[in-house]
Design a protein around this ligand. Structure first.
Ligand code: G3P
Ligand code: CA
Length: 265
């Protein structure tokens, strides 16, 4: 079932479907995971946050207005922050209609549901801890989620692509998560200043915006023993530039396009 071994593909450059295949289905939904699978992606990137009653849920913005009908379902609420809604409330929301009528009723998934769907499709996961400053202790909640799931842990550091990578823009959160899940590879989102890379060799990846680095930077990260996965690369020309700079992975809304460009190598 793919749980104990590498994904179906081991491309030279990893294709990572950003928020699922979010050019083709509403981001961070099971439909977006299904779309990534249909497009033969290797890995899916998802954003995790926490409900008011402590459930881990998959959603990007820290507020619900852009990608759900929260204002319609709960009119007049003082806050539409994810953190202020219980899971039962979140489950009443439609996270698909904003993207297209054919996705009406698509729910905000829990992390558990996303993991089950990824497992079914034999997809790997790049999990972003979104705005952890809003969710004290979320790293432990995530570690608990994976604690009973040895299949999600890479058996060796060289296993590629890894089944699970955890990343965040908040590097202290990444460090806490890495200390709780030392066998899971971890990534630092953003650009670590080149002269400070040596301070972060406890991480496995540095994952900058595709506009924020060049080949010298990739060489420096590789020299420190880490990988570079860049976001969010949707234009084929930008994908070629990133590949020429030596990146290990492309985080993209269009995994089908990335696969075509990677195949040109
Ligand atoms: O995986 C990196 C990328 O997702 C970071 O930006 O805003 O899409 O979460 P954002
Ligand atoms: Ca993200």
């Amino acid at each position: 079932d793919g749980a104990g071994g590498p994904g179906r593909h081991a491309p030279s450059v990893l294709d990572i479907a950003h928020r699922g295949a979010s050019a083709y289905a509403p981001e961070n939904t099971l439909a977006a995971i299904d779309a990534a699978h249909r497009l033969d992606a290797t890995t899916v990137e998802l954003d995790v946050q926490r409900s008011a009653d402590g459930e881990l849920v998959i959603v990007h913005d820290t507020d619900l207005e852009r990608t759900t009908d929260a204002e319609k379902v709960f009119p007049g609420r003082a806050s539409y922050a994810v953190a202020d809604f219980t899971l039962a409330e979140l489950r009443r929301l439609d996270a698909g209609s904003w993207f297209g009528a054919e996705f009406a009723g698509e729910p905000v998934p829990t992390l558990e549901e996303a993991l089950k769907r990824l497992h079914r499709h034999r997809l790997n996961l790049l999990l972003e801890i979104k705005s952890p400053e809003l969710y004290p202790g979320i790293e432990a909640d995530i570690a608990d989620t994976f604690g009973g799931r040895p299949a999600w842990f890479a058996p060796t550091p060289s296993w590629r692509p890894p089944r699970l990578v955890i990343q965040s823009f908040d590097w202290e959160s990444v460090r806490r998560s890495r200390d709780l899940l030392p066998s899971v590879p971890h990534g630092l989102l953003g650009t670590v200043p080149e002269e400070e890379i040596g301070d972060y060799v406890w991480a496995d990846q540095i994952n900058p915006a595709h506009t924020a680095f060049g080949a010298d930077y990739v060489d420096a990260v590789h020299g420190a023993g880490m990988q570079v996965h860049t976001y969010t690369v949707n234009d084929p020309g930008d994908m070629r530039t990133a590949i020429a700079a030596g990146v290990d992975g492309l985080i993209t809304d269009r995994p089908d396009v990335a696969r075509e460009v990677i195949a040109e190598e």
